[in-house]
Design a protein around this ligand. Structure first.
Ligand SMILES: Cc1cc2nc3c(=O)[nH]c(=O)nc-3n(C[C@H](O)[C@H](O)[C@H](O)COP(=O)(O)OP(=O)(O)OC[C@H]3O[C@@H](n4cnc5c(N)ncnc54)[C@H](O)[C@@H]3O)c2cc1C
Length: 421
């Protein structure tokens, strides 16, 4: 399942396997956006880090996602205000915008060529009636978050997407898109240049907490570190009890078309936005710089099966019937870490290790700033937004049967999405 991003990026640095014993300030497990950003920000403070990645940098969700850096959270503006109160919701909205800005600033500062562009995003619905809910969000964003969004129906919507499949939409101009693998690999190279020790094909298989240090063991080596960070999100498995209990691993899949005629793409999606369907199990699509369309969505279980590919092809042609005979060059999948609250959490395990997980499909932008906050926590500095540390990672009900539960949850949300659309 080679991703489009891997095929487009052949200059990836190969990092060694850990084959020795290392003493370091901070050990980080997971070489995705969160782990690499934490490493980068700690190195900047002069705190030495070692990153362990079980496969290659970006092999998890960070190198496999749709590359959409959308503003906001899985929760709508109204849900955000209801859950956290107006004052916190305003800070959280700003945090989400700052997350995108952080990615932009870092990429520019270090010349990370990750095809970052401000594209805006469009949340879609097949139901015209959803325009009312979009109108509510639009008014809340304008009044409380002091920024402009738009509700699109009819001709205004047709100007953005040439499809009769969707009837109402919500447009936010402040979102970005990028090539996620180029970003995470580029940032890893920057962290390495700053002194970070990065190891690939080095799975953490055992963790011991001694009095004043953690010992992380891999197949061929060992890291002794004062602090430990789990940056394993949807891939956390049973690495610690807290994450095993608190993370829902949701599978998501993407197809990529063959390169299409640019004129056709200009007709279908002239403004190059990030699009997603605002149903529970979000489907999402966008153009790519090499003139393809990638179309993603959530399926039941992992690894990917051919029937999900077929489902995505059906969605693509439902959206754009003229693409019926288009060849599909790519099909891949990955795992999203979701929480019961559909909200990311920064926390500590009983043994004192840090974790930052549960972006629930919004990690492309938020995980860079979250990594910065984990670094602030380790350095005992004031955090950009302490609220993420005040949220408890709730236990997923019946977590022992997580695989079954994930399938049941997917089936349930699919059913609800069918009833409501
Ligand atoms: C198909 C797909 C599409 C998505 N699209 C978008 C999108 O368009 N926009 C958006 O905002 N978000 C999207 N997401 C979600 C986003 O990619 C994630 O939120 C984000 O990448 C999380 O980053 P992370 O570094 O926390 O975790 P990951 O990138 O998942 O990294 C965790 C890493 O930990 C490693 N690991 C686990 N256990 C061990 C161990 N024992 N030892 C060593 N290493 C270990 C894994 O191999 C993995 O590389 C998508 C996700 C998927 C799967």
């Amino acid at each position: 399942m080679t991703t489009l991003w891997e095929d487009n990026y052949r200059k990836r640095t190969v990092y060694p396997q850990l084959e020795e014993k290392i003493l370091i300030d901070v050990a980080i497990i997971g070489g995705g956006f969160t782990g690499i950003s934490t490493s980068y920000h700690l190195q900047q403070k002069g705190i030495q880090t070692a990153v362990l990645e079980q496969y290659q940098i970006g092999s998890g969700a960070s190198g496999r996602n749709g590359g959409m850096l959308n503003t906001g959270y899985k929760l709508s503006p109204g849900e955000l205000i209801k859950k956290f109160g107006l004052e916190e919701a305003i800070k959280l909205d700003k945090y989400a915008l700052d997350s995108n800005e952080e990615v932009r600033k870092i990429s520019e500062k270090h010349g990370i060529d990750c095809e970052l562009v401000q594209s805006g995003h469009i949340g879609l619905s097949q139901q015209l009636g959803k325009a009312k809910a979009f109108e509510k969000s639009h008014k809340l964003v304008e009044k409380h978050f002091n920024r402009k969004t738009e509700v699109l129906t009819g001709a205004a919507l047709r100007n953005e997407i040439k499809s009769d499949y969707f009837k109402a939409a919500f447009y936010d101009p402040l979102s970005y898109q990028f090539n996620p693998l180029k970003y995470v690999s580029g940032l890893a190279d920057v962290a390495a240049e700053m002194g970070a020790h990065i190891f690939e094909h080095s799975k953490a298989i055992k963790i011991n907490k001694m009095k004043d240090k953690f010992i992380v063991t891999t197949d061929k080596g060992e890291i002794h570190a004062k602090d430990l960070v789990f940056a394993t999100d949807g891939y956390s498995n049973r690495i610690t009890k807290e994450l095993h209990k608190g993370i829902f691993p949701l599978a998501s899949f993407i197809i990529g078309t063959e390169p299409l005629n640019e004129d056709l793409l200009d007709e279908l999606m002239p403004n190059n936005r990030n699009f997603y369907d605002t149903i529970n199990l979000t489907n999402y699509f966008r153009r790519t710089p090499d003139n393809r369309i990638i179309y993603g969505g959530s399926g039941i279980g992992y690894p990917a099966k051919l029937k999900y590919k077929q489902e995505l092809m059906t969605l693509l042609t439902n959206t754009f019937p003229s693409l019926e005979n288009t060849k599909i060059d790519y099909f891949w999948g990955g795992i999203i870490g979701a929480t019961v609250d559909k909200f990311p959490v920064i926390g500590r395990t009983k043994t004192g290790a840090y974790y930052s997980v549960g972006y629930t499909g919004h990690g492309a932008s938020q995980s860079t700033l979250h990594g910065k906050m984990v670094a602030q926590a380790i350095a005992n500095e004031e955090r950009i937004n302490p609220i993420f540390e005040n949220i408890k990672l709730k236990t997923v009900p019946l977590y022992q049967q997580k695989e079954l539960l994930v399938s049941a949850a997917n089936l349930y949300f699919r059913m609800m999405d069918k009833i409501n659309n």
